[in-house]
Design a protein around this ligand. Structure first.
Ligand SMILES: *Cc1c(COP(=O)(O)O)cnc(C)c1O
Length: 344
């Protein structure tokens, strides 16, 4: 694996979303009922048994969050406590040990600090993406929980999702489901994503940016996209997002629900969004850490493309929500209490 380039040679404005082997990552081991102290390491290769449950039985979960450089050249994390909590929930679902939230946040801070020259400059739109990961390791062959675990957080600089302003794209629906009714949809576990690759690929080949999955029990309601939650703005200005046990609870979604209500003065609702009742919405989008908001131009369903605001222009409420949240993340707009963690 080639090492990351010298930070001074990186073209920050044209970064994509690609793996980069940075100098440092955090690594901790769990064995005999406890975590070791954990430490930063320069080794980006994991050395694990061929019998690791992560490889055979999908005992693996992950998180995704970002570090942002502000105008004053400070570095900050956005709601890392929410990622720590969600990872604990994912771990419990897969019978894995949990990482205490304070240790998760401390590890994230250490990784950012150790790689701080790779946090993109303010104004480029770039961020340092953090990938916490936990896997079951040690030699196992029966279908049961692993005897040992690895927790790691690695990082890489990633570019602004939109280079020339926020732009909508079209999404499609699929015959496939991303999660079962009482399965692991609520958890950020590896298996969910392996099974989303085929429907995602089919959508891309048909010219759509992603799939909007329908509820697995009845296929009548919108659940979410492959790695982002769905929202719509109704014609009477209500921010609506689906409520379901099989969608992944997005931190971006939770944050936008709060901002829609408390900063934009919109009514908000978590409830059913029927695929044959999209006419109630004048704008729609997908929400997640990577893009913040990906406006949805239209959704294809049964050979019909339902267009919301426009296939080429972002709607005004979607743009306002985007500006408010990214303003908070980059430190330009005052954050609600407890959302920002300074990296010192
Ligand atoms: C990670 C993820 C999201 C977005 O969650 P954020 O916390 O906002 O990044 C939404 N849906 C799925 C399926 C995801 O994996």
């Amino acid at each position: 694996m080639t090492k990351a380039p010298e930070p001074s040679t990186i073209d920050w404005k044209n970064l994509g979303f690609e793996y980069m082997d940075l100098p440092f990552r955090y690594l901790a081991h769990w064995k005999d009922g406890q975590w070791d102290e954990g430490e930063l390491t320069e080794d980006s290769t994991l050395h694990i048994s061929e019998g690791a449950t992560a490889l055979h039985y999908g005992q693996a979960d992950f998180e995704g969050l970002k570090a942002y450089r502000t105008k004053n050249n400070e570095i900050q994390l956005f709601r890392p406590d929410q990622n720590a909590q969600r990872m604990q929930n994912s771990c419990k679902r897969l019978l894995m040990p949990t990482m205490p939230a304070d240790r998760f946040i401390d590890a994230a801070m250490q990784v950012v600090k150790a790689n701080e020259d790779f946090v993109p400059p303010y104004g480029t739109g770039g961020t340092l993406y953090l990938r916490p990961l936990m896997i079951g390791v040690g030699g196992t062959i029966g279908v049961h929980a692993a005897p040992e675990y690895i927790f790691t957080i690695f990082a890489m600089p990633v570019g602004a999702y939109y280079k020339g302003g926020v732009k909508p794209t079209n999404f499609t629906t699929s015959y496939y489901d991303r999660a079962a009714p009482h399965g692991t949809g609520q958890s950020k576990v590896g298996g969910n994503y392996g099974s989303s690759l085929l429907p995602g690929d089919e959508a891309h080949k048909a010219g759509y940016s992603d799939v909007v999955y329908l509820d697995p029990a009845t296929h009548t309601k919108i659940e979410e996209a492959g790695s982002a939650n769905f929202f719509g703005i109704t014609k009477d200005d209500k921010f609506v997002t689906p409520k379901s046990d099989s969608i992944l609870p997005s931190v971006t979604k939770r944050s936008l629900l709060f901002l829609a209500k408390n900063r934009l003065g919109l009514e908000t609702e978590e409830g059913d969004v029927f695929i044959d009742d999209l006419d109630r919405f004048k704008e729609a989008g997908a929400m997640g850490t990577a893009a913040v908001i990906a406006p949805i131009g239209g959704i294809e369903y049964k050979d019909d493309l339902h267009v919301f605001y426009s296939e080429t222009e972002v709607g005004p409420i979607t743009q306002k929500l985007y500006n408010e949240l990214t303003g908070i993340q980059f430190g330009d707009i005052e954050a609600p209490e407890g959302w920002i963690y300074k990296v010192k």
